[in-house]
Design a protein around this ligand. Structure first.
Ligand code: BGC
Length: 378
């Protein structure tokens, strides 16, 4: 007995090292259950830009930078323990500074579009940048994806995490109110990435924060064979500039029906649009965090991602605008359908649609919302 126990402990330790190193592409060995911080470059007049590496006890490595609150890398084992980086991004800060598809960022103050950059609250008119054709997109010219957040890492008995903070000043990008924001990433040992958002404002303001990671659960190729389920029976119909017309249309009999599992490529062409692909907000049937909102399975690796959220919608985007002009990590050229985004959110342009759930945060209220990405492989 005495001999068996140390042997078991040795084997357990050895096993976890093998599993861990199989999911570590950088060659640096970091202890499970730890967070490390390294410099990721500097920006004039801004706090230090760092890259945080979070390793849980179950073989997942997550990298986050406080520039734009961005997830830069997510190393996930497949069903055989083989590792792949399942998010698009860059190795260096320079990559993020010179390219603009919001890779891995938290976008805001208002994620997605506001028609013509205009809205009204309590009789006051506000004008924001028209940075996407005639519309306002993802917070404007310098949204939350392009600012440096302050960050503090933490560990608990069964998780590793990073808490980020940013004060968006009254009038920043045209939005009203000093908005104090906290975003917490928690990676648990049962492979959940919990993203908790909290904010308060001293003036009524629209707010719609979301996580803009581009996932490819194969770590290569395109996402057409990924199998998708979205618990949504209606989507918001959009005009040619991707602004909702106000119509909530039944997905039944349309390419937008993912109520039962379907390969993303199956009806992709039938979506039409310029460029062709999914870039739509789905109204979720779910009633809160305990209901499964989305499931994506990559059939070859078995990697699976489930999304749970308390938000009313999710933007499903198949990276239609990636056109081969960006080269990211591992020298990979990013083209259409290289990845998919699942941006849990309020409906686009909701400040101009009184019938949509409201996204206005008032003074004295606290904006609190959580989205969970849960990973497994079978
Ligand atoms: C939008 C796309 C946009 C993309 C930018 C998505 O959230 O829905 O239309 O091109 O973000 O990266």
């Amino acid at each position: 007995m005495k001999k068996i126990i140390p042997l078991v402990i040795l084997l357990m330790g050895f096993g976890s090292i093998i599993f861990f190193s199989s999911c570590n592409k950088t060659g640096t060995v970091q202890a499970p259950g730890s967070v490390t911080k390294q410099s990721f470059g500097t920006l004039p007049g801004a706090p230090e830009v760092n890259l945080y590496t979070l390793v849980n006890h179950s073989g997942i490595t997550l990298k986050v930078t406080n520039y734009g609150c961005r997830i830069t890398s997510l190393l996930l084992p497949d069903k055989n323990g083989k590792c792949a980086d399942v998010v698009l991004g860059f190795d260096s800060l320079a990559g993020y500074l010179s390219n603009n598809p919001y890779f891995g960022a938290v976008v805001g103050r208002y994620g997605n579009r506001i028609a013509k950059g205009k809205f009204e609250i309590d009789g006051n008119q506000y004008t924001l940048a028209q940075n996407n054709g005639v519309n306002h997109l993802h917070g404007g010219l310098k949204g939350f994806d392009k600012v440096v957040w302050t960050a503090e890492d933490f560990t608990t008995a069964n998780s590793v995490g990073l808490k980020l903070h940013y004060l968006s000043k009254d009038g920043e990008e045209g939005y009203p109110g000093n908005l104090n924001i906290e975003v917490t990433y928690t990676l648990t040992d049962d492979n959940q990435l919990i993203i908790a958002y909290k904010a308060t404002s001293d003036k009524a303001t629209p707010i719609n924060l979301t996580q803009h990671s581009y996932f490819n659960l194969a770590g290569a190729g395109d996402i057409k064979a990924h199998e998708l389920m979205i618990a949504s029976s209606k989507y918001t119909v959009v005009d040619s500039t991707l602004i909702p017309t106000g119509e909530l249309r039944d997905v039944k009999g349309t390419p937008y029906d993912f109520t039962t599992v379907k390969a993303i490529g199956k009806d992709l062409i039938a979506t039409g649009g310029i460029p062709i692909g999914y870039d739509h907000n789905f109204m979720l049937n779910t009633k809160g965090l305990s209901d499964l909102a989305v499931r994506v399975v990559e059939p070859v690796s078995g990697r699976t991602m489930e999304v749970y959220t308390d938000q009313p919608g999710v933007q499903f985007y198949t990276s239609n605008f990636l056109d081969g002009t960006i080269t990211g990590k591992y020298g990979r050229v990013y083209t259409q359908y290289s990845a998919l985004c699942l941006e849990t959110q309020h409906f686009p342009d909701s400040p101009n649609h009184p019938a949509f759930p409201t996204a206005i945060l008032k003074p004295g209220e606290t904006y609190l919302t959580t989205t969970i990405f849960k990973f497994s492989a079978k």
